[in-house]
Design a protein around this ligand. Structure first.
Ligand code: AMP
Ligand code: MG
Length: 499
């Protein structure tokens, strides 16, 4: 029977399983009051997916998103975690400027965290001010949405809010809060926090929660913690393979920035590579190139080794050496899975529906030919596909090279290999256009848009960029500028952490 009266349903149907299940893993907390919260970007498609009734907030939505007002049903918490940062262990990091409002189920029943970033100091803030500023908030918004549209697992942005505060960074900057949606915020560092304290009951509780939330299929495995490790390693391998295929450099792959869900998380100093260079580093603090483009697969493995260490006593309390051996085998498997995923994806980028082992060499030789040739990574693959179906495409491809001879030999070998596909070139070109984007968040475009937003509160370019990046594979007339590499005067591009 349906009720004959109507009650206003709350805007968010929060269900706070983390807070309910994992007491001791967080501190109940609240955001700070801010002078004048204002929503500057709202992701309506995501709000719809999450089934939010945003008009049911009595005009308080901006304050809720800034952390100044508590939403009905929310039990805001700051989560504890540790982490290896650039290889050195910090036993206590935690949400120093983030607040988990709670979890929501989307229209398909999938559970998501709603988290604020920049809502003020918490017990984990250490020396920080707990705040975020508009430029980096918008940057994370743009990068996450771009990755999502590219089909890469990622946290997403639900909204960006300005707070009316001026925050001291290099000069005064407009204060802002990012409302972030994630499959969860459980990190390798969350496990490390409790493992470092020898709190093994807590680690198993966390592992059980992670399994229930992200890997229910391993619940019945003979050794479920080993199966959890295997499943996490597989998702990381697949995720990092995707990064490599689109030229994404995360920039700060600390263990506290690796999510157990397999999503890309914590967009700080990340950026997309323009010209192909395996050694690409953008972050100003990554002086030794630990997190360089080509190191990412190995760093994924290093981080997983740190995760494995937290599981040893769970897997073999009575024989830790045996447990460590089992985990080490899985760590070795990670690299094989990564290579397989990389080969399959890179194969598709050059038009091979099912790349075989011997195609690895073809792809490696290609990357070797691009190295040091000042060739735009994204445009190369896009034009490679177009070169199959038009003269224009062919000349556009060669025009990327100062010396077209550098690629001539490879192109011949590639055509010979394509012939084995026994498919019309048109079909191959079409398949390539579905995996090789026209539009990525080009550093110079992103920076220009952010500067307008920060300096003049003008978000038109940010919105336009978000529109373009929402359809990265569809060439659109009039948007040619968005597909171009940075002008020669731009760069070297440097990104900054902790903003
Ligand atoms: P991130 O570089 O954003 O991944 O952050 C690394 C750690 O520093 C996390 O524990 C953050 O919560 C903390 N942190 C970063 N910026 C701030 C800030 N402005 N105030 C407080 N804590 C921060
Ligand atoms: Mg982080």
């Amino acid at each position: 029977m349906t009720a004959s009266y109507s009650t206003a349903s709350p805007a968010f149907a929060f269900d706070n399983s983390f807070a309910r299940t994992l007491e001791g893993f967080y501190v109940p907390w609240q955001g700070e009051k801010v002078p004048s919260p204002r929503i500057v970007l709202l992701n309506e498609a995501l709000a719809d997916q999450l089934d939010l009734s945003l008009d049911a907030t009595d005009g308080k939505l901006a304050a809720i998103f800034a952390g100044s007002e508590k939403a009905e049903g929310s039990e805001p918490i700051a989560q504890a975690y540790a982490g290896h940062q650039f290889g050195g262990f910090s036993p206590q990091l935690g949400d120093g400027r983030a607040l988990l409002l709670g979890e929501l189920l989307d229209r398909e029943g999938q559970r998501f965290d709603i988290q604020l970033k920049g809502s003020g100091r918490t017990p984990f803030s250490r020396g920080g001010d707990g705040k975020a500023v508009l430029g980096p908030v918008l940057r994370e918004y743009i990068m996450g949405e771009a990755m999502h549209a590219l089909g890469i697992p990622t946290t997403r942005a639900l909204a960006a809010v300005t707070t009316g505060e001026e925050i001291r960074r290099q000069g005064l900057k407009p204060g802002a809060v990012l409302v972030r949606v994630a499959a969860s915020h459980i990190r390798v560092g969350t496990f490390q926090f409790f493992a470092a304290r020898g709190a093994w009951d807590e680690v198993s509780k966390l592992a059980d929660y992670t399994i229930a939330r992200h890997y229910p299929e391993v619940m019945t495995a003979g050794n479920r913690y080993l199966a959890l490790f295997e499943a996490v390693a597989r998702r990381q391998a697949e995720l990092i393979a995707r990064w490599m295929q689109i030229g994404f450099v995360h920039g700060v792959m600390n263990t506290d920035n690796m999510a157990l869900s397999g999503e890309t998380i914590d967009y700080g100093p990340c950026a997309f590579m323009d010209r192909y260079d395996a050694a690409t580093v953008f972050s100003s603090i990554d002086r030794n190139g630990r997190y360089a483009y080509s190191n990412q697969p190995q760093i994924g493995q290093w981080n997983l080794a740190r995760f494995a260490e937290t599981l040893v006593p769970l897997i073999g309390a009575e024989d830790e050496d045996h447990a460590a051996g089992l985990l080490t085998d899985r760590l070795t498997d990670y690299m094989g899975i990564y290579k397989e995923a990389w080969l399959a994806g890179m194969g598709r980028k050059i038009g091979l529906a099912q790349a075989k082992g011997q195609d690895t060499a073809l792809i490696q030789i290609l990357l070797g030919s691009l190295q040091g040739e000042n060739v735009d990574f994204t445009l190369f693959f896009r034009r490679l596909g177009e070169s199959l179906v038009s003269e224009e495409g062919q000349s556009a491809l060669l025009a990327l090279f100062e010396d077209p001879d550098a690629i001539a030999g490879w192109l011949k070998d590639w055509r010979i290999r394509l012939a084995e596909e026994a498919l019309p070139l048109h079909d191959i070109a079409k398949a390539m256009a579905k995996v090789n984007p026209v539009y990525i968040p080009r550093n110079h475009m992103v920076e220009a848009a952010l500067q307008k937003a920060e300096d003049f509160a003008d978000l038109r370019e940010v919105r336009q960029l978000l529109d373009v990046l929402a359809h990265p594979f569809d060439e659109q007339k009039g948007l040619e500028d968005y597909a171009r590499p940075a002008p020669s005067g731009f760069g070297p591009f440097v990104t900054y952490c902790g903003t």
